[in-house]
Design a protein around this ligand. Structure first.
Ligand code: NAD
Ligand code: IPM
Ligand code: MN
Length: 357
């Protein structure tokens, strides 16, 4: 059975880490006898926008909906195109129109990587952020009034629907059930945000009734960020709204040494639409063009894609290969963010070679 994968590299380091993601996937596909067929698209990048005046062609939905998965690099180049235009014109459209309502983001301290948190070893940090991915604070409800006057008002409403909240909570509870610690933490701010966040809390309490074996706690987002740094070992599955999940899923990986390794899966669990796999990081204009970006976030996202397509052993093998290369700690291979002097390609090749063994 052929699995059709749409490739959109995007901007900046997205175009540099993508070839390493594909290299690792090809090595894994060969070893596990998986038939992957890649189709590359130029749209979804700021260069495409500069040429066409839009981030995506009008028929993008038709072009992409038949794929088994989308493999994305990173998008955004604020010097060329304002971020809200490039991101709302591409990635956020995919998440919403393909109803990828789960954004699953593992945070794991890997062997060979030094955590910036004193005394933390692999095993101390190993949790998932489950981020609501289609509504919440990322809503298009709102507007500008009295523009250009001193009465100017801007409003952007947070939208929480019962369906939207319950389905992400359900996913998080189900995930917690598969984990040895069976623990779920909810990110809230119901002390200050007095309508949507108490609603979120209520739905957590309601959902928890169906999962008596899960230990549930909640923290307001302010102290939760502090506890990520002070007590990362407390966390197992952390569920949050769109914005809170976004913030936690950069902070978590930073606690594991670098955001360059963090993967994500934007999932439509029912399989009505393709899911999208991409690193957590962005296009990193500050290091783009130098060939020094860490490709592990992209490669690990590929592992999540294979698992999603039904190849758990193959996905696990990719993560093991990443761990092995990091454990070897060869400074000529590793990129700078993890203490080496190597390149995107040297690290990508080492992982692909490990997979070919
Ligand atoms: P960023 O993630 O691109 O970079 C933040 C910092 O992390 C930079 O110092 C960068 O060099 C470093 N970094 C990121 N990825 C790395 C890697 N693989 N290896 C080593 N270092 C890495 O975030 P930003 O600077 O806020 O955003 C830059 C652009 O990317 C903006 O246009 C933003 O909107 C966009 N963005 C896109 C996505 C996405 O496509 N999913 C995610 C985040 C940001
Ligand atoms: C992410 C990114 C995006 C988000 C941006 C680029 C719109 O930060 O995938 O985490 O906020 O979701
Ligand atoms: Mn983010």
């Amino acid at each position: 059975m052929t699995h059709r994968i749409a490739i959109i590299a995007g901007d900046g380091i997205g175009t540099e880490v993508m070839p390493e993601g594909i290299r690792a996937l090809e090595a894994t596909a060969k070893r596990f006898n998986i038939d992957l067929e890649f189709t590359t698209f130029e749209f979804g990048s700021c260069d495409y926008y500069l040429e066409h005046g839009k981030m995506l062609p009008d028929d993008w939905f038709e072009q992409l909906k038949g794929f088994d998965a989308l493999f994305y690099g990173a998008v955004g180049w604020p010097d060329k195109v304002p971020d809200h235009i490039s991101l709302w014109g591409s990635l956020l459209q995919f998440r919403r129109r393909f109803d990828q309502y789960i954004n699953l983001r593992p945070c794991k301290l890997m062997p060979g990587i030094k955590s910036p948190l004193a005394g933390r070893e692999p095993g101390d940090i190993d949790f998932y952020v489950v981020r609501e991915n289609t509504e919440g604070e990322y809503s298009s409800v709102g507007g500008k009034m009295f523009e250009g006057t001193d009465r100017e008002v801007v409003i952007q409403d947070t939208v929480m629907t019962r369906t939207g909240v319950d389905r992400v909570l359900k996913y998080a509870f189900e995930l917690a059930q598969t984990r040895p610690r069976k623990k779920l933490t909810s990110a809230t701010k119901s002390n200050g945000i007095s309508i949507t966040m108490p609603y979120w809390d209520e739905r957590v309490v309601e959902m928890a009734k169906g999962y008596p074996e899960i230990a549930v706690d909640k923290f307001h987002i302010d102290i939760l960020t502090a506890n990520f740094v002070l007590h990362p070992d407390w966390f197992d599955v952390v569920v949050g709204s769109n914005l809170f999940g976004d913030i936690l899923s950069d902070l978590g990986p930073a606690c594991t040494g670098t955001i360059g390794i963090a993967p994500s899966a934007n999932i439509n669990p029912e399989g009505h639409f393709p899911s999208l796999f991409e690193p957590v990081h962005g296009s990193a204009p500050d290091i783009a063009g130098k060939g020094i970006a860490n490709p592990i976030g992209q490669i690990w996202s590929g592992a999540m894609m294979l698992e999603h397509l039904g190849y758990k052993a193959a996905g696990d093998a990719m993560v093991t290969a990443i761990e092995e290369v990091l454990s070897e700690g060869d400074a000529n291979v590793l990129t700078r963010d993890v203490g080496g002097q190597g390149t995107t390609e040297s690290l990508g090749r080492a992982i692909a070679q490990q997979l070919a063994k």
